[in-house]
Design a protein around this ligand. Structure first.
Ligand code: NAD
Length: 500
């Protein structure tokens, strides 16, 4: 059986006595094992990073950008192989895996412009003979801890930005689908990245704790579930590190009475059921405003859901594939039971779904609930499966209140033809990323990504300008070059200097 190893200092390294199983969710079979490292494995990665980082930071930004340009070319050349590998371990359909790689690649494209993006600020003549300028310097060693649901995109969000800024990076990917992150590191080496600048260590809590406590790691970026995000944020910052930690989500789609319902249904089915609902920017809650809107929406939604095709990840006609593993399938089905027990009307029940010829695969059929109430636990918590809940609202104000009052605040969307309503909604809603007639408002790479409340701990987003700020320290220099002849050049000053 294939064994997936760490990638340290430009080479594969097998170290650790414990292993994890890597499944093929479409077939319900173990296809590989991953070697789980120890603190000593992490130390090897840190040693390699410490040795390589000063020279990388001193490499001029055009040269760093050239590695990114070459990496982009290699990713494009290897797109199909990466997508196949990703689908085989995650279970999402191939087209969706290509999207996963592509959205990461877009951040790499941003990194190709790093010389322009990293330029500092300069004020000539801030005082008599005084100039002030700022520069961005790398943190040193950064680390990334990533979830299973985007094994290409999220690692690239992190290591692309960190490395382009002059840092060395240690990636601890999800142990459930670790092959693509290793492949990306190999391709970075092929693109010309010096050994030691990008290292991949595998592991679980033991490895994560070692990262959180390591004195030579200056910054940590985390994406995963909220309880773990909060833990990472607390322990990492208590150790004096810079930390950004993004958590779970429960995104709402508000449907106003004037919305184009055919468009809404197309958008909703993709956003609620694509990738089997395993996206932090999925839309698992729909909020029609008014009972007439709810009835009309439901009438169109049910046949659209019944037409969805579930298949193995290589089936080109499948809309979505299996969930990640048996335990998660069970968890999603438990939430379906919970919502029914709480009084939700189970309109379409996806439990007990099996795919002929792939009976061991971890499939869950699409599920629709109506009359879900904000008090339900199944509404308050993240299900992370192909389950859509209709929560009816009586008014626009109530529709703004629901996502605003929810513990999670990652994404939200409003569907309407009324510009005023949309503008009001955008202004008032207490959520970090908003779509107007856009179901999955993941910002493009030159803006920044970040949810609010339990969806994001810390105060700075991923990639774009915010990513740049996260992975660098700003140094501000105030300088004067007196020629020694002017009166006052040698005068003592006992008051706080002002610019006069
Ligand atoms: P997870 O929290 O189980 O795992 C994330 C990472 O944390 C993994 O690398 C894992 O090894 C590590 N980890 C797990 N348990 C740990 C523990 N007890 N101590 C220390 N480290 C631990 O998340 P997941 O199931 O891989 O991913 C799905 C979750 O990620 C969902 O909640 C989803 O909403 C969220 N997510 C959020 C975003 C976002 O940007 N906000 C994006 C993608 C996914």
């Amino acid at each position: 059986m294939r064994s997936i190893e760490h990638f340290i200092n430009g080479s594969s390294l097998s170290e650790g006595t414990r292993t994890g199983e890597v499944w093929n969710p479409s077939h319900g079979e173990v296809q590989a094992t991953v070697t789980l490292g120890t603190p000593s494995t992490l130390q090897k990665a840190v040693d390699a990073a410490l040795a390589a980082q000063p020279a990388w930071a001193a490499t001029n930004p055009q040269r760093r950008a050239r590695v990114m340009f070459k990496f982009k070319e290699l990713i494009e050349h290897n797109m199909d192989d990466l997508a196949e590998l990703l689908s085989s371990e995650h279970g999402k359909v191939l087209a969706d895996s290509r999207g996963d790689v592509q959205r990461g690649l877009e951040v790499i494209e941003y990194c190709c412009g790093i010389p322009q993006a990293l330029k500092g600020e300069y004020t000539q003549g801030a005082g008599p003979g005084i100039d002030v300028y700022s520069m961005r310097q790398p943190l040193g060693i950064g680390a990334g801890i990533t979830p299973f649901n985007f094994p290409a995109m999220i690692p690239m969000w992190m290591f692309g930005m960190a490395i382009a800024c002059g840092n060395a990076f240690i990636l601890k990917p999800s142990e459930r689908d670790p092959s693509v992150p290793v492949r990306l590191a190999e391709l970075m080496k092929e693109a010309g990245l010096p050994d030691g600048i990008l290292n991949v260590v595998h592991g679980d809590k033991e490895m994560v704790d070692a990262i959180l406590d390591h004195p030579d790691i200056a910054g940590i970026s985390f994406v995963g579930s909220s309880d773990i995000a909060q833990y990472i944020y607390s322990r990492g910052t208590a150790n004096g590190k810079r930390v950004q930690a993004f958590g779970g989500a429960k995104n709402h789609g508000i449907v106003m009475p004037d919305a184009d319902l055919d468009q809404v249904v197309t958008d909703l089915t993709g956003a609620a059921f694509g990738s089997a609902g395993e996206r932090c920017m999925a839309l698992p809650v729909v909020v029609p405003v008014g009972d007439d809107t709810a009835a009309a929406l439901r009438e169109k939604l049910v046949p659209a859901i019944e037409k969805l095709k579930i298949g193995i990840s290589t089936d080109p006609d499948a809309h979505y594939g299996p969930v990640i593993n048996e335990a998660h399938k069970q968890r999603v089905e438990n939430y379906i039971q919970m919502c029914a027990d709480e009084g939700g009307e189970l309109v379409v029940d996806g439990r007990g779904f099996t795919l002929q010829g792939h009976e061991k695969g971890f499939f869950v059929g699409p599920t629709l609930f109506d009359h879900v109430k904000p008090s339900f636990r199944s509404y308050r918590e993240e299900i992370f499966g192909p389950v859509l809940q209709i929560v009816r609202a009586d008014s626009f104000d109530e529709a703004v209140r629901l996502p605003s009052a929810h513990d999670y605040g990652n994404g939200v969307a409003i569907f309407t033809r009324n510009g005023h309503a949309a503008r009001e909604f955008v202004n008032r809603v207490n959520v970090g990323m908003v779509g107007v007639n856009v179901p999955i408002p993941v910002p493009v790479s030159y803006h920044s990504f970040g949810g609010w409340k339990r969806s994001g701990f810390g105060d700075i987003g991923q990639y774009g300008q915010e990513g740049l700020r996260f992975w660098t320290k700003t140094k501000v220099v105030t300088q004067r070059w007196p020629d020694g002849t002017a009166a006052g050049d040698h005068k003592e000053a006992f008051v706080i200097p002002t610019m006069g």
